[in-house]
Design a protein around this ligand. Structure first.
Ligand SMILES: [Zn+2]
Length: 188
């Protein structure tokens, strides 16, 4: 495949679930143009919208998809992976003790300290800013008089996806707007 005019590398496709909602809001589900065309040829997606830009194959030209939807629905009821990113997303990237939003310097805090037998699990890990984490140290919540804003528990993918809606990316192609309903837009 060869680009006819400009580089297609700046032309990712927004990937929608079979219900036409984004597969993921944060990070926003985007595929490279190569992955997108592969999925089109394998008949795994429908093309919903296209860029102006065309690429040329041996026998034909094809406009790059800007929005595609999956043919089979991905079930969001499944359990998300227990990762740093997903814990922070569940906690809306804010310290669970002082409420301060902090996209860069967040840390993990064990609500029941490890020294008291606390596990590294969804129900015992919360996002905390460094000052709060230091202040709480190895103390139990009652001794430190610090309780997390929300009782930590395992979210499902649907809940994480809903959380992700609060974090719009910097760049949005115009053809994506119909499929993205950011909280920020609803407030204005
Ligand atoms: Zn804090």
């Amino acid at each position: 495949m060869q680009a006819v005019r400009q580089s297609p590398d700046g032309c990712p496709a927004l990937v929608l679930n079979a219900d036409f909602r984004p597969l993921s809001y944060f990070p926003l589900s985007l595929w490279s143009w190569q992955d997108t065309l592969k999925a089109v040829f394998l008949d795994r997606v429908d093309v919903v919208a296209e860029y102006e830009l065309e690429v040329r194959s041996v026998s034909s030209r094809i406009r790059l998809p800007s929005v595609v939807s999956l043919k089979s629905y991905v079930n969001h009821a499944r359990k998300p992976a227990f990762t740093r990113f997903n814990v922070f997303l569940r906690d809306s990237f804010a310290c669970q003790y002082c409420g301060k939003p902090d996209r860069e310097g967040l840390t993990f805090d064990h609500v029941i300290p490890r020294s008291r037998g606390g596990k590294t699990t969804w129900d015992n890990i919360v996002a905390a800013c460094s000052p709060c984490n230091l202040r709480k140290g190895g103390k139990m919540p009652r001794d430190a008089k610090m309780w997390p804003a929300h009782t930590p528990r395992q979210p499902n993918m649907f809940e994480l996806n809903e959380k992700g809606r609060a974090f719009p990316p910097n760049y949005l192609h115009e053809s994506w707007h119909d499929y993205l309903y950011w909280d920020a837009e609803l407030e204005s």
